[in-house]
Design a protein around this ligand. Structure first.
Ligand code: ADP
Length: 494
């Protein structure tokens, strides 16, 4: 559809310009004809009026009274009157050689007193608007066309005539003694008007045709450009479709391989945990001395086995968590919980770590933090453990603080330490999996680079946000906002 529409430009242009052309030519031609005819009537009316004045002056003395009172005569008497015959002679004499082809004279009451056509004598014209106008002193004219016309010289054909009604008023007086109707033959002038109109139409046709030819070339050129661009767009579209298909395919492959990776990690982690639990469990039993005395050297080795085992187990648990999250198998387990109880659990674990490094560890929960909220207690606990154990791990002296506040619609968990801090360039990427500020093999701090990735994924799963403020050498603050619903029915949930 679009394709066709685009290439109809020349067709639309041709049709539109033809219509405009016809309308414009007809409009100009008819306007100029009307103007010319109006001019013609005005000019001829003026000369008719002047001519009428000449007749009025000539016939007043001898025929004025006859005309003024002729209406009282019987029609036949009038037709046979010798005065009328004399008047006819005079009028014909003075009219000879003019463009005036007929004259009629009316008495003031509208009765036709004189006409070159005898049959018209006696006709009543009192209701004729032209007559009425003339009687009141004005001039009324009209352009008429006649197939045949009874003129002074007999019947003539195919004539354009300007007929004017003018008052018969001798010069110097106000007395109107009759009305004269002058028939002025303007056929030659009308021929001039027609010729002029033909010239105008021809001129317009030539101008418009030239204009059309020029515009046609411009429009055809524009259409060629459009056609070419359309072709290019279609080619590009086809290419885009192909690229899209490839992208879609690549995306599917990537999603599939990510799923396989997560599945593999999850299976492997699971399989590794079983033997590892045996290593940790049995080495623990030996350390506790349940199996009897062990010499110091062996005990030291067994303790290292136990610690390494635990480290490995943490790593595997983290990998398992990440794999679960990525494969979309992690679901929040939400229930009514009290953050104070969660903090108590966490505190016990972190306190030992902090004391081992000689650090102060404090927790503060604002009084207005609700007793019961709906949330996933285990996941929140893990968020706190990951952040706090990092705080302890990356702090050599000073303190680690946990501060919890309630901000109307969300809970704000802040973990602040006075440790080594995180350089600005690393503040984004440390939340990615396996990323650490210093990942070289000579790094001081142990770790897998998964703790913060897990924290971020949990926070996102709970529709919360995590922010980091840190300065190298001064310490770091992690701010976690969790939008949690307040449990209203049970204010003191466990
Ligand atoms: P891990 O601690 O196991 O290396 P994490 O994902 O928990 O992995 O942290 C990633 C990295 O972010 C850390 O290796 C460390 O470089 C940096 N980091 C995290 N927490 C802190 C902290 N409180 N102070 C300084 N650096 C930190």
């Amino acid at each position: 559809m679009r394709k066709n529409t685009m290439f109809r430009l020349v067709r639309y242009f041709s049709v539109t310009s033809f219509v405009v052309f016809v309308i414009a030519v007809s409009f100009f031609a008819s306007r100029s004809r009307i103007a010319s005819i109006n001019d013609l009537i005005t000019v001829r009316e003026q000369s008719n009026a002047e001519l009428a004045q000449v007749y009025a002056n000539i016939i007043w003395a001898d025929y004025g009274e006859f005309i003024a009172s002729a209406a009282t005569l019987d029609t036949d008497d009038l037709r046979n009157s010798p005065t009328l015959a004399a008047l006819d002679t005079i009028l014909r004499t003075y009219t000879a050689g003019l463009s005036v082809i007929k004259i009629k004279i009316y008495a003031p009451n509208g009765i036709t007193v004189y006409s070159s056509d005898l049959a018209q004598i006696g006709e009543d014209k009192s209701a004729n608007p032209g007559f009425v106008t003339a009687l009141s002193g004005g001039v009324a004219s009209e352009l008429i066309y006649r197939d045949t016309f009874n003129a002074f010289e007999g019947a003539i054909v195919d004539r354009n005539i300007v007929e004017s009604y003018v008052a018969l008023r001798p010069s110097g007086t106000d007395r109107i003694y009759g009305v004269i109707e002058v028939y002025d033959d303007v056929t030659p002038l009308m021929q001039l008007v027609d010729m002029r109109q033909r010239r105008i139409v021809t001129g317009l046709v030539i101008i418009f045709t030239l204009l059309y030819i020029i515009l046609f070339f411009i429009v055809s050129y524009a259409e060629r450009i459009l056609r070419r661009q359309g072709q290019e767009i279609r080619t590009q579209n086809a290419e885009l479709v192909q690229v899209n298909q490839k992208l879609h395919h690549a995306h599917q492959l990537a999603a599939e391989s990510a799923r396989l990776k997560s599945e593999f990690l999850s299976t492997m982690s699971h399989e590794l945990r079983t033997p590892l639990n045996a290593v940790i469990g049995y080495s623990g039993i030996i350390i506790e001395g349940i199996t009897g005395e062990t010499n110091q050297r062996t005990l030291g080795m067994i303790q290292k086995i136990n610690m390494s085992g635990q480290h490995l187990l943490t790593l595997i648990n983290n990998v398992l968590d990440i794999a679960k999250i990525e494969s979309g198998r992690m679901e929040l387990v939400e229930s009514s919980m009290n953050i104070r109880h969660v903090v108590e659990d966490v505190q016990a674990q972190i306190q030992i770590l902090a004391e081992n490094k000689g650090l102060t560890f404090n927790t503060h929960i604002a009084a207005d933090v609700p007793q019961a909220v709906i949330g996933d207690a285990d996941r929140i606990k893990q968020i706190l453990i990951n952040l706090l154990s990092n705080g302890v791990k990356f702090t050599e002296q000073g303190s680690v603080l946990l501060n919890i506040e309630w901000k109307n619609t969300y809970m704000l968990l802040q973990v602040t330490d006075t440790g080594i801090g995180i350089p600005a360039h690393a503040q984004d990427y440390i939340f990615e999996e396996f990323r650490q500020v210093n990942s070289s093999s000579t790094r001081t701090y142990q770790g897998t680079g998964l703790g913060l990735a897990i924290v971020r994924k949990f926070v996102e799963a709970m529709k919360g946000t995590i922010l980091l403020k840190s300065e190298v050498g001064s310490g770091s603050t992690f701010m976690v906002r969790l939008p949690l619903k307040v449990e209203t029915s049970e204010r003191s949930a466990g």
